[in-house]
Design a protein around this ligand. Structure first.
Ligand code: DGY
Length: 322
């Protein structure tokens, strides 16, 4: 039987490509330049499924133009705000994501942002690279320790919990708010203290980590009003999505010292980020590195392929979204 054809919109790790090629006739797009939506829609006419990434934005207008032959889309990401699921449902297109591979890698990056922000790592790095280090000084780049500090985690899903586990290793006190409260034994595992509102969580969070998905309810939630509820000089890290943050309000708070530091891995409109971030010394900034670990990227690819395999086997996708 002829192999099914799939489009992979971006080069993926070799182990993932090898597995894909074993089962499918793969059309893989090169990464330079990245695939345009028009190219994706054109190529889609001659394939049976699409494995795409968060770079390929698929609002309703795009989904409505997906050719009739496509009934399966799988995304190489845990996030799925780039795909209009309702539009997919209306067109009978099954959609799946890759929800597990990112967990540990993203929690590690959140931990790195917490540490790097608390200990002013990027300022130190810059001092060396700009050849401006005058030598050791008692008051030079003095940050703060993590131990004994209250870490508020907003969004206590898999990544939030993996961060809690790591932060416990640094003797941080874990607080969380989520629309779902974890069972008592889970809370005990992390010595996590539940807050029944975001405001309550904010009021104690000397360190605040954003781990909630991008939804109509969460977008822009981190703004002037929210920041005002944090303790003076709090440190915030974001490994979730940039659109949860109001950049102007965050930048103003970093400039005034209301926030001591921000460690950010994700940005609204990335890679074109708010100009205000570039010259702020009290930021530790990464180019969306959360899942950029070989173990994570392999697993993400395998999960995305699991969805496609299940679809062609006439089964429910294991990581079904629509
Ligand atoms: C995801 O999978 O949604 C991540 O943001 C990719 O790093």
């Amino acid at each position: 039987m002829a192999k099914k054809k799939i489009l992979i919109t971006w080069p993926l790790p070799e182990a993932v490509m090898a597995r894909a090629r074993e089962s499918y006739d793969v059309i893989a797009h090169g990464d330079d330049p990245k695939i345009t939506i028009e190219e994706m829609l054109e190529t889609a006419k001659s394939v049976d499924a699409i494995l795409l990434t968060l770079n390929e934005k698929c609002p309703k207008e795009v989904i409505d133009r997906v050719p009739e032959n496509i009934k399966c889309i799988s995304t190489f990401s845990i996030g799925f705000e780039h795909i209009d699921l309702e539009a997919c449902k209306a067109r009978g297109i099954k959609v799946g994501n890759a929800p597990h591979g990112v967990t540990v890698a993203t929690a590690e990056i959140a931990m790195l942002l917490l540490l790097g922000s608390a200990r002013r790592a990027s300022e130190g790095e810059r001092m060396i690279r700009t050849r401006s280090w005058p030598g050791w000084q008692p008051l030079q780049l003095v940050g703060q320790r993590l131990d004994g500090k209250k870490l508020g985690i907003y969004g206590f899903g898999k990544i939030g919990q993996a961060l809690a586990k790591r932060a416990r290793g640094f003797d941080m006190e874990i607080h969380y708010y989520d629309i779902y409260r974890q069972p008592a034994e889970k809370e005990k595992e992390f010595d996590a203290i539940y807050h029944d509102s975001l405001d309550s969580l904010l009021s104690v969070s000397q360190f605040f980590s954003i781990n909630a998905p991008s939804t109509p309810q969460t977008r822009g939630f981190f703004n002037k009003a929210t920041i005002e509820k944090l303790p003076q000089g709090a440190i915030v890290v974001n490994t979730a999505r940039g659109d949860l943050v109001n950049d102007e309000d965050m930048i103003a708070a970093l400039k005034s010292g209301r926030l001591a530091y921000a460690g950010l891995d994700v940005f609204l409109g990335e890679p074109k980020i708010n100009e205000g971030y570039y010259d702020l010394p009290n930021t530790f900034l990464f180019p969306h590195l959360g899942s950029a670990a070989v173990e994570a990227r392999n697993q993400m690819g395998f999960e995305a392929l699991d969805n496609i395999d299940a679809f062609f086997a006439g089964k429910e996708m294991p990581f079904k979204l629509a």
